[in-house]
Every structure is written in C-alpha cells, then in structure tokens.
Design a protein around this ligand. Structure first.
Ligand code: SF4
Length: 397
C-alpha cells in the first residue's frame, strides 16, 4: 500500500471536528501581535456577521463530521456587539447540539456583567481571557489596553458565570523581571483558572515590537532569563496541580482545551473569516486570504462577479505524505503523550516508523526523548530545546 493509499484508508474517519470563527477587529494593536486584525472604528459589525454566516452556508458541505467545538478567536471577539453576537449564535444554533465546548476569547476590558450574560445566553461554555500580565508597567510596554486591576476584576466577575476559564500569560516581556513573573504566576494561581496558556514573547517580522528592538529602543530579554521564567512556570504550575499537557498549555484535571487539542491531534476544522485556516483532517488545508474588505464584499454581495474569485479568497493546499508526517511529528511531540507509535505506523507505514524509532533512540541516549513500546515523548530536559529536538526526530522520516 502506498503512503497516499494508507492515509486514505486510515484518514477521514473523524468522529468530530471544530469550527473557528475569526473576529478580525481590535480596539488597538498590541505591539507584539502579528494576527490579522483591523481597528474596530471601521467595523461594520452587521455586514461582518452577514459575511461569516454567508461563508458558512456556502461551505456547509465541508462539515462531514459532528461539530464538537466552537472557538471565537481574533482579533477581539469580545468586541462583537450583543445584537450581532446573538445573531451569529442563533445562526450556529442548529449545529450546536453536538458541541461540547464553545470558547470565546475576551479582553479583560470588555468584560461586564451584561456581556457575560450575553455570552452565556449565546451558548458559550468557556472563556479565554487575554491577561498576559498583571503588572501595569509591563502591560503598558506591550500596548495592552487593560491594567492588572481590571484583569483581576474581570476574572472575578467572569467566575460568577463561567466554571471553565482559561487565561493567557506571557513571559520574556520588555522590562519584566523574574520577580514580576513570579508575582504574575502567583496571582494567576490565586485566581485558579481551569486552564493557563503561557507563551514566551516572540519577535515577529513587521511588528512594532521588532522595529523597536531593531532600532535599539528596546532590549530583548536575555535567553537565560526567559528559560528561568519558563522553568519557574512549569515548577509552580505542576506543584499547584496543573497538568502540563502541551508545551505552552496547562490544565486542571479534565480541563484541557478540546478545541486546541483537536489541532494537535489532526482533527478537522473549518475556519471562517479573513485569514482563517481550515483543515479537512486528511491532506487538504485551506487558508482564507487576509483581506477584510474583499472578504466582506464577496460574502455579502450575493454576486459571483464581485471581483473577488474563490481562488483569491481561499487558497487550497494539498499536503504531501512527507508534509503530513512532518506536521504529525511536530504537533504530537508538543503534547505530553507525544507520538503513539501504533497510530504513526497505521498512518505512515513501517519504513517511516522504523526511521522515527531510530531517530528517537539516539535522542533518548542524550536524555532528550523518552521511548517506550507504545510512545515517543519529550523529556523534561528537552522542553526548553523542544524545537530542535522535534526537528531532529522528524528528520528523514
Ligand atoms: S488584542 Fe489580541 S489580536 Fe488584538 S492586537 Fe492585541 S494580541 Fe493582537
């Protein structure tokens, strides 16, 4: 059986999948951010929601599996006005019967008792709050629009309504010391969210942050300090009972993010909105172009000849077996359970599996991976070097 046949045979037997909805507006731009978003002053929310609904209607046949998770991300979905948020939820309602997790990303500034009630009424089961830090000077330095006090207040208010809350934290931020980071971790633990995502600051091309660094107006956090921060995070959160289930994600028992886990487990998802990505769970990836005006115009015109062809708005990529294998290794190794060898064998065959095990053996000798009869996973020593270790594992497979 060829690799393609094997994949066709083992793939596409998906029991569930997800829906991602990109809300492409933000009130202001955080200096590190390279996600696609525009200022909300230009937002025509009614047309934007019309466009999302219209895109979903058009692509409905891609939904060949029960919808298990919905995720409103962005941008800033918490800016969606009540009326448009409820209209979008009412539109999605017929598909929600099988949904087990419906997450919305919220900015602490947008949280109010009224909006919490609206999100709950719309069917949201989980909030993901972009706190990043509780330290005002650090928050100011990265251009966030909330302060630490607002974040705590917003969290406490949300806690009265939702029993599943995730918070985002960042480390390696400009001016952030080890003590400040310890304080952030302790404050987070006091709040005890069900889930914590913590990311090291990245200097993405074209962001204001990278420009500031390159022009010498901002100093990058030394690597050793970032590593100490990461180690501290892992130690403190593990001690507090959080499961470090993915390199950047920690959850109390039973509260892993189902939606994000499905990305790491190669499950299918449909992404709506400009710049959103979709994956059929097999070998086809689609990417909507990052063109807000074109997106709205196309999906609200009701006219095929609006100047925006399907090909322009959505790029389709057919992944080769080699690309699928590499992606499988890269994503699965980020998870604590790593690669289940039986599954890898079933998908990619004996030869690829032998190469993978051979690579794993030499990495295991250096204490970088742990290799058992059933799994390959990263050791704790390797977490800080995860990118290099995972690439070495994937080579020649
Ligand atoms: S609010 Fe989120 S999406 Fe918007 S600019 Fe800041 S980090 Fe980026």
């Amino acid at each position: 059986m060829t690799g393609k046949e094997r994949l066709a045979d083992s793939g596409m037997k998906h029991h569930d999948g997800g829906l991602y909805v990109h809300v492409a507006y933000c009130r202001s731009k955080c200096i590190y951010c390279d996600f696609f978003s525009a200022g909300d002053r230009i937002a025509d929310w009614r047309r934007y929601v019309d466009a999302l609904c219209s895109e979903f209607r058009y692509r409905i046949e891609e939904l060949a599996w029960p919808l298990r998770t919905i995720y409103f991300g962005g941008g800033t979905p918490s800016l969606l006005p009540e009326r448009e948020f409820m209209r979008l939820c009412a539109f999605l309602k017929p598909f929600m019967e099988t949904v087990e997790e419906f997450t919305i990303e919220v900015n602490p500034d947008d949280v109010s008792e009224d909006m919490l009630a609206v999100w709950e009424r719309g069917g949201v089961t989980r909030l993901s709050m972009g706190i990043q830090s509780f330290d005002d000077s650090v928050l100011r330095a990265i251009g966030r629009r909330h302060d630490g006090h607002t974040a705590v207040q917003a969290y406490r208010m949300a806690r009265n309504v939702f029993d599943n809350i995730s918070i985002d934290l960042m480390f390696g931020l400009p001016g952030q010391t080890l003590d400040m980071w310890r304080n952030d971790i302790h404050l987070a633990l006091e709040l005890r969210p069900e889930h914590i995502s913590a990311y090291s600051l990245m200097y993405e091309e074209g962001t204001a942050l990278t420009l500031l660094r390159d022009s010498g107006r901002l100093e990058e956090t030394p690597e050793e300090l970032s590593e100490m921060m990461f180690r501290m995070l892992i130690e403190e959160l593990s001690e507090a009972g959080y499961d470090h289930y993915e390199i950047s994600n920690f959850a109390l028992p039973g509260f892993r993010s189902r939606h994000n886990s499905s990305y790491w487990l190669q499950k299918p998802y449909i992404g709506l909105g400009p710049s959103a990505q979709s994956y059929d769970g097999d070998s086809v990836r689609k990417g909507n172009s990052a063109d807000l005006r074109g997106y709205i115009r196309h999906w609200t015109s009701g006219n095929e000849d609006d100047g925006c062809s399907e090909e322009y708005l959505m790029e389709t990529e057919h992944l080769t077996v080699g690309e699928l294998k590499e992606e499988y290794v890269l994503t699965r190794m980020r998870m604590r359970e790593g690669i289940p060898l039986r599954d890898f064998f079933d998908r990619f065959g004996e030869e690829a599996c032998s190469t993978l095990i051979k690579n794993a053996r030499s990495l295991a000798e250096n204490g970088m991976v742990s290799l058992s009869d059933s799994n390959i996973s990263l050791t704790e020593n390797a977490i800080l070097l995860s990118d290099a270790v995972i690439l070495a594992l994937a080579s020649d497979c």
